[in-house]
Design a binder for this molecule. Structure first.
Ligand code: ADP
Length: 505
């Protein structure tokens, strides 16, 4: 039997050989050897166990160390973040290196932020209420002011056509200029607040751009001649006949620039230039320039004139009139269409106001050659249903339309109009007022559309509420003209639908 190595050595050294053969001694030695062996095993196991726990200990301390580093870094990041948010805030932390006090501080800040948010929401609601009240007030007032103005402007126009005495011609002209000025002032103020409230919607309609520019030229020709000015149009032949965009706003911008050019030029020349700047498959960019040889604007005033209610100097209102709103409206209208107005000007030599404007390309290519803008308006044989409740508006529109040889039938409210259509009455065009007793224009148009899908319906609107155009189109109407009815725009708008009818036959 092989004993444990230590026991073997001790046997050799201390046990006389004669005992080795004894069986009881052998048994005893075997037990001792086993005890030695198990002792050694236990020793190895405990050594191993000790080694393992030391490793674990090292690992744990290392982890703790890493965590500590991370905490330190987080605290430093937190402090940096707090500092960048509010440089003075660190003074609000009692123990700067203690995560718990930082968290307490942050909780307090969050609480404060929440309180602030509640206060902000409350003041936003208040501001919205105030803005709504303002826009409601403006909308109502505009209607109230425009209705009598409508009558004034219309009757001035009619009186001018009734062979006035030579002495009255001048009075009528002054009346007309004053009423026009008053109207444009009201429009400017309303426009301005509408734009400021972000309530401007741009329409996309086919624009015969050459006709539009020529119309504007015709409309401004007399004013230009009165100041001895020549008004010229330079129109690039490469421009396609139609583009898609907001014709009303474009007209407003051009009209404003041209009337400024006329106002500040005497015995000079005003040039309206329209050139093709860029053409892609989907859109087309046009360059517009209104160049005059007038008084010009000093360099240091050239930025200021685009600010609201600002004129180049305080004598301007006295000498030329105006409110100083025109250019700031133009600037805002162009900005909303990703464009910008620029000016190059030299005192004594003149000014050049220019901008580039992007339009969508239009599928329409046919230009209506018959439309002679200079010819006397003629609606011979055209039957028009005038839906209107205010007596002097009826008289005015009736007079205008019959002067153009149209056959006019009047319906005093929307319901009467619907009943006429129901009874089978036929009209070439319906001119629909919006605000009427019994049945308003929008409802009436919707009802008429159920009975007749094709008859052109043109809304007449004195309202400035932002979504009126949308409502007009949604009710099934084809177009709109603004009130006071301006013969200059009313006639071409009616003509647009009448000529369409003719070509359909
Ligand atoms: P206003 O209603 O006074 O014409 P605008 O905003 O249209 O308001 O113009 C602001 C000012 O810019 C004018 O009062 C005038 O001083 C100057 N201005 C504008 N257009 C011209 C121009 N073509 N020539 C000289 N000055 C101009």
């Amino acid at each position: 039997m092989q004993y444990h190595a230590v026991l073997e050595k001790q046997i050799k050294k201390f046990l006389p050989e004669q005992y080795l053969g004894d069986e009881q001694v052998a048994q005893f030695l075997a037990i001792i050897s086993n005890s030695y062996k198990s002792l050694e095993k236990d020793k190895k196991i405990s050594e191993h166990a000790f080694n393992i726990s030391e490793m674990e200990y090292r690992e744990v301390t290392q982890n703790l160390h890493v965590q500590h580093e991370m905490t330190k870094q987080s605290i430093s990041h937190l402090k940096e973040a707090i500092h960048s948010l509010a440089p003075d805030a660190m003074t609000g932390i009692t123990d700067g290196d203690n995560l718990i006090s930082i968290i307490a501080f942050l909780q307090m800040q969050i609480l404060k932020a929440k309180e602030l948010e509640v206060a902000l929401i409350q003041s936003k609601e208040l501001a919205e209420k105030a803005a709504n009240a303002k826009s409601d007030f403006l909308s109502v007032m505009s209607h109230e002011i425009r209705t009598p103005l409508n009558a004034i402007i219309g009757y001035i126009h009619l009186l001018q056509n009734e062979s006035p005495l030579p002495s009255q011609v001048d009075f009528l002209r002054i009346l007309q200029i004053s009423a026009d000025n008053l109207l444009s002032l009201i429009n400017d103020v309303l426009d301005f607040s509408k734009i400021e409230e972000g309530k401007i919607v741009f329409t996309e309609r086919d624009i015969d751009i050459r006709a539009l520019v020529n119309n504007i030229k015709m409309a401004n020709r007399i004013k230009a001649e009165e100041r001895g000015n020549m008004l010229k149009v330079m129109f690039d032949d490469d421009i396609p006949p139609f583009v898609k965009g907001d014709d009303i706003r474009l007209m407003q911008i051009l009209n404003n620039l041209i009337s400024n050019a006329i106002k500040f030029t005497n015995n000079g020349k005003i040039m309206i230039e329209v050139t093709l700047k860029a053409l892609t498959a989907n859109d087309i960019t046009l360059h517009f320039a209104i160049i005059d040889t007038g008084v010009g604007i000093p360099r240091d005033k050239q930025e200021m004139i685009f600010e609201r209610f600002t004129q180049e100097n305080s004598n301007i209102t006295r000498d030329y009139g105006g409110s100083g709103l025109g250019l700031s409206i133009i600037k805002m209208l162009l900005n909303l269409q990703d464009s910008e107005i620029h000016v190059v000007s030299e005192p004594g030599k003149g000014s050049n106001f220019y901008f580039d404007l992007k339009f969508l390309r239009s599928a329409t290519t046919k230009r209506d050659e018959n439309r002679l803008d200079d010819a006397k308006p003629d609606l011979k044989g055209i039957s028009i249903l005038l839906v209107e409740d205010v007596e002097f508006n009826i008289m005015l529109a009736q007079k205008l339309l019959t002067n153009w040889n149209a056959i006019v039938t009047v319906a005093e409210n929307g319901l009467i109009a619907v009943e006429m259509i129901k009874a089978g009455d036929k009209f070439d065009v319906i001119l629909m007022d919006l605000q009427m007793p019994v049945m308003d224009g929008l409802t009436s148009a919707k009802e008429i559309r159920k009975l007749n899908a094709v008859v052109p319906i043109i809304a007449q609107t004195a309202s400035t509420s932002s979504n009126i155009q949308e409502l007009v189109f949604m009710s099934g109407m084809n177009d709109y003209v603004s009130k006071p009815l301006n013969p200059r725009y009313l006639y071409p708008t009616i003509l647009k639908y009448v000529t369409t009818i003719e070509t359909q036959h």
